[in-house]
Design a protein around this ligand. Structure first.
Ligand code: UD1
Length: 417
């Protein structure tokens, strides 16, 4: 299994380009299952999770190609409604084929994703929403079986804000008969990006990016050619990489308007942040100030940036309180940071109190999930001596060529096969 070796304390300087967003690419690639014909997507990041959704699409009968960031999906031959456990267990976001399959084929049999390192992560809201749209759903032998001759529009009120739940039901409703209203919908930029692609396909969706989305179902959608938005979490991760190394990094091809709360919090730490239309420059300072963070759905502070921010707070001056409100078990990285000398304690399962230390010390550490692995790489960049991050396959699920990009900024980092 690959590992990443980092010799820390190297100031990062230079320019880096942000890749297409994983969390926008996954639902948008799944949406290609909704129409006959070949859709083409540009700026698709080459990630393990993207490969997984393409493998799943092939399994369902679509033809896919991926080359140099361009993905083509031809779903004319879609003929299989079974999303098997072997693929779904590798990537929870495989659940995104549920809505498209029922809408297009009238049936779906999708493995339940099961638990994951950061908590239970149920899919009850996806299922209840499909039932509201008239699907008959039953669960047996670990699989969700759903069928409907044609889905019918309805009002769906989400109890909890769910990103992939909103996306799944928006896709299903796009081909339903009549009007669907999604209330308490997620407002993430990835939701707006998916709605824009669906509208390009011929759907009639309004309100995406607000908490109420209205979908007027249409009979048919057409293939499209379009581009994936930049990854706001990768952008935020490079912002912290510059801040923790006292660096000076120009982050290009990004969307500062998708990172309002992250930019504001990084600025509150005293770090210098300048923004343009599609770039962010982050200059580290000698003394980072401790600040408090509470994660919440967009436009709040993203849970996917919580682990990276804890690394920054580990070497800040003062005490910082980090509250996680989205997932129940998202502090697994804390144990590993403690092994590098961070002073963190968890007064409750959703709160971390971080007392900044002068310096972290390099150590062998183990990544437990995608964003935790990014936080450990960042800690390695900031720490004295050598850090070895094990189980780096988590990183490859969501960051495109991260070590190459860091190396081009001057980091001493290498992958050990
Ligand atoms: C998506 C993102 C993930 C991000 C998360 C929160 C993708 C592919 N993944 O995950 O990177 O960390 O949003 O911003 O876009 N919940 C239920 N029932 C459901 C669905 C969700 O109770 O049916 C709960 C979850 O357990 C969690 C909360 O709702 O506590 C939010 O989860 P959700 O927004 O659904 O996360 P994902 O869409 O899986």
């Amino acid at each position: 299994m690959d590992k990443i070796k980092i010799k820390g304390k190297k100031r990062l300087v230079g320019e880096v380009q942000i890749s297409g967003a994983k969390n926008a690419a996954l639902p948008i690639l799944a949406s290609a299952l909704l129409c006959d014909g070949k859709s083409v997507f540009h700026n698709v990041p080459d990630l393990v999770d993207v490969r997984s959704i393409l493998m799943l699409s092939e399994e369902l009968g679509a033809k896919t190609e991926m080359k140099d960031g361009v993905v083509a999906i031809d779903s004319s031959g879609l003929n299989n409604h079974l999303a098997p456990y072997e693929i779904v267990r590798k990537m929870r976001a495989s659940i995104l084929v549920l809505g498209p399959l029922v809408a297009r084929l009238g049936k779906a049999c999708v493995s339940l994703p099961g638990g994951c390192a950061i908590g239970a992560r149920p899919v009850n809201l996806h299922i209840e929403g499909l039932e509201k749209l008239g699907a008959e759903v039953h669960i047996s032998h670990g699989y969700i079986n759903a069928c409907a001759k044609r889905l019918k529009g309805n009002e769906i009120n989400f109890d909890t804000v769910t990103v992939t739940g909103t996306e799944n039901l928006m896709m299903a409703a796009a081909l339903a008969q009549g009007e669907t209203i999604l209330r308490n919908a997620a407002m993430e930029p990835e939701i707006t990006a998916l709605a824009e692609v669906l509208n390009l396909m011929g759907a009639d969706i309004s309100g995406a990016g607000t908490s109420e989305i209205v979908v007027n179902g249409v009979d048919k959608l057409n293939p499209v050619e379009t581009e994936i938005i930049p990854d706001r979490i990768e952008t935020g991760t490079f912002m912290i990489a510059s801040a923790v190394t006292g660096g000076d990094v120009l982050i290009k091809k990004c969307r500062p308007d998708h990172l309002g709360e992250v930019i504001s919090k990084v600025r509150d730490t005293g770090t210098f942040v300048e923004t343009g239309k599609d770039w962010i420059r982050v200059k580290g300072v000698d003394e980072i100030k401790s600040i408090d963070i509470k994660t919440s759905p967009y436009p709040g502070f993203p849970t996917d940036m919580q682990a990276q921010f804890i690394t920054l707070m580990s070497i800040a001056k003062g005490v910082s309180t980090i509250k996680e409100t989205i997932f129940e078990n998202r502090f697994i990285h804390v144990n590993e940071l403690q092994r590098m000398g961070a002073d963190i304690y968890l007064p409750s399962s959703n709160t971390a109190v971080v007392r900044g230390v002068k310096e972290l010390a390099g150590a062998p550490v183990m990544a437990s999930d995608l964003r935790a692995s990014a936080c450990l790489v960042l800690a390695g960049l900031a720490a004295e001596n050598t850090t070895i991050v094990n189980r780096v396959y988590h990183l490859d699920r969501g960051y495109e060529r991260m070590e190459d990009k860091l190396k081009s900024l001057g980091a001493h980092i290498e992958r050990i096969k």
